[in-house]
Design a protein around this ligand. Structure first.
Ligand code: ADP
Length: 283
């Protein structure tokens, strides 16, 4: 299998003031993370809130700078590439975030929202062609092309997430990083969006990093699963192996926390927040 992305000893420390006599505290958000992402796979990342998942995603996309370590995309060092002269790479890695309400400007027609990155990055310059491209993207995510001129408030949460996905696809990325991309949605809608991700993966030969705090959701979509705890990788293995083999005690704790959180692990602060039901077993 081809390696599309390589993360080497990636580390991010945040300095936070505690307020007491100006004393500083260092938060080790991501600590010496090393892994390879293979072309066309879906790599799930799980871990309780605060384990460093989002920080890792933001480091990979260059939204924040690393304290140390490297991000290599197709053999090219793209660590903190926002500063780089060659800004070809960012287009290749796009993100989808949790909140489809916050991700869309209520005053911008959804078609124009999808068209914006196409125009900014000059993927296509002819106005008519941009519109045709947006209509193609709308169809691709299961929406009607006639919806181009509507505003975000006219759509449901699931539909809005489809719009957000269409916009992420506008720059024709090779890797899509989904950060809690279905967490804000109703259970039945979660399943629809997960299936959309799977369809898009086949059609566009995409590679995914799928971040979630709900292990059952992540298992549903992932080929491999990485388990993070306090900024470090504690486990990285095939999704089925994670569930069937004996692994790190923390991973065991995450698994045994489904569907109920056992009191033992509660006391260890291993939390699956909100106890969101799985899309595989709707209530
Ligand atoms: P997750 O996505 O797994 O919930 P995060 O990556 O958001 O975890 O956070 C990892 C750790 O880094 C947490 O302790 C969080 O408080 C801290 N952190 C994240 N972003 C910042 C920031 N901008 N400044 C200070 N600390 C941060």
């Amino acid at each position: 299998n081809n390696v599309i992305l390589e993360v080497k000893n990636l580390t991010k420390h945040f300095e936070v003031g505690t307020g007491f006599f100006g004393s500083k505290k260092i938060v080790h958000a991501v600590e010496d993370v090393t892994f390879k992402l293979f072309e066309s796979e879906t790599l799930g990342i799980v871990g309780e809130s605060g384990s460093g998942k989002s920080t890792l995603a933001r480091l990979i996309t260059g939204l924040i700078n690393a304290t140390s370590g490297q991000v290599i995309y197709k053999g090219k060092d793209i660590t903190g590439y926002k500063k780089a002269v060659d800004n070809q790479i960012p287009k290749e890695i796009q993100m989808v975030f949790q909140d489809p309400y916050a991700s869309l400007n209520p005053r911008i027609r959804i078609g124009d929202a999808i068209a914006e990155p196409i125009a900014v990055h000059k993927v296509i310059s002819e106005k008519k062609e941009i519109r045709a491209e947006v209509e193609r993207l709308l169809k691709l995510v299961g929406l009607q092309p006639e919806m181009y001129d509507r505003f975000p408030h006219e759509f449901s949460g699931g539909q809005r997430q489809r719009i957000v996905i269409a916009r992420a696809l506008a720059l024709r990325p090779r890797i899509l990083i989904c950060d809690e991309a279905v967490s804000a949605l109703d259970v039945s809608i979660q399943a629809q969006i997960l299936n959309l991700f799977n369809q898009l993966k086949r059609k566009l030969n995409l590679t995914y990093i799928f971040i979630g705090h709900d292990l059952s959701v992540v298992r549903y979509i992932s080929d491999r699963i990485m388990v993070m705890y306090l900024g470090e990788i504690v486990e990285l293995a095939a999704a089925d192996d994670i569930f069937n083999k004996k692994f790190h005690p923390y991973t065991q704790a995450l698994i045994s926390a489904i569907p109920e959180i056992s009191p033992t692990f509660k006391s260890q602060r291993i939390i699956l927040e909100g106890d969101i039901p799985s899309p595989i077993d709707p209530p």
